[in-house]
Design a protein around this ligand. Structure first.
Ligand SMILES: Nc1nc2c(ncn2[C@@H]2O[C@H](COP(=O)(O)OP(=O)(O)OP(=O)(O)O)[C@@H](O)[C@H]2O)c(=O)[nH]1
Ligand SMILES: [Mg+2]
Length: 261
């Protein structure tokens, strides 16, 4: 099977800071999509994970023995994860075969907790580019409780843009775990996404002048470049925001499909 032989599916990759809710969103959103009679499969790309809130159809742990790696190379968990993340790229052909055998409509890929292991090393972008020739999109998660602080919010914006510059594929933003924040807090975060002046004021109010100055300039550049970061509020506990997330993903992958040669 070559990567060009599959056309009728799309791939969604879940990326975000450790603990931002990637696995839980993969599970809940996937179950929700299945209710629309779509054939959805779950892929776990984290070889070091011990438990998952979904049953992976394809699992990096079947290819890589994480504890054996730690023993063999006398590594701690982070070192072993580093090697494991690179090794997974060697099994691309097998993963591709597994996906195409099932002929899914949608492939949901859950990535390792440490964002840098997937997005910022060669293997993650390589896997995404080479896995299959079909439309793909990234869902970048903003952890809502973490993003209540404007400095945390803006750090996530920078991180999401760094991920975009590595993966270069359509990117959707999800503000996760909104059931854990108050309505006023949600509205404040959403206002930052739409109103640069309000965001700059909130950052200056944090009282860190140098950081606010740097942020002012970076925000202006981001806005000028046209990188639009507007997260869709979701809750994986309450199945909130899934129609909106699905609509945005469908819009992006259809646009990608139209633009394909
Ligand atoms: N209340 C609430 N908790 C959530 C939600 N999504 C995730 N969580 C919880 O947040 C914690 C982290 O969620 P995960 O889905 O494991 O996050 P992750 O990004 O996959 O974590 P790593 O893979 O370790 O980086 C778990 O305890 C989840 O149950 C949500 O929408 N609402
Ligand atoms: Mg996870």
């Amino acid at each position: 099977m070559t990567k060009n032989e599959v056309l009728y599916m799309y791939i969604v990759l879940f990326v975000g800071m450790a603990g931002s809710g990637k696995s839980r969103l993969t599970a809940s959103f996937g179950d929700w999509l299945k209710l629309t009679r779509q054939n959805v499969i779950f892929v776990n790309l984290d070889p070091g994970v011990t438990s998952l809130p979904y049953n992976p159809d394809i699992d990096a742990r079947n290819y890589i023995d994480f504890s054996a790696l730690m023993d063999k190379y006398k590594l701690g968990p982070n070192g072993a994860l580093l090697i494991a993340s690179d090794l997974i790229a060697d099994y691309l052909e097998e993963i591709r075969e597994e996906i195409t055998k099932v002929k899914p409509d949608i492939v949901l890929i859950d990535t390792p907790g440490q964002i840098e292991l997937f997005a910022f090393r060669e293997s993650g972008p390589y896997i995404m580019n080479s896995i299959l020739d079909c439309p793909k999109a990234t869902v970048f998660l903003f952890d809502a409780p973490f993003c209540r602080n404007p400095l945390n919010y803006i750090s996530n914006v920078y991180l999401s843009i760094a991920v975009y510059t590595r993966l270069i594929q359509p990117q959707v933003y999800a503000l996760s775990k909104i059931d854990l924040i108050r309505k006023e807090e949600l509205n404040r975060i959403l206002s930052w996404t739409k109103d640069i002046d309000f965001l700059q004021n909130s950052l200056w109010n944090e009282g860190k002048e140098i950081s606010s100055l740097i942020n002012d300039n970076l925000i202006r550049i981001i806005s000028e470049v046209g990188l639009d970061v507007r997260p869709i509020p979701v809750s994986s506990i309450e199945d909130h925001g899934f129609p909106e997330l699905n609509a945005e993903l469908t819009r992006l992958v259809s646009k990608g499909e139209e633009e394909r040669p």
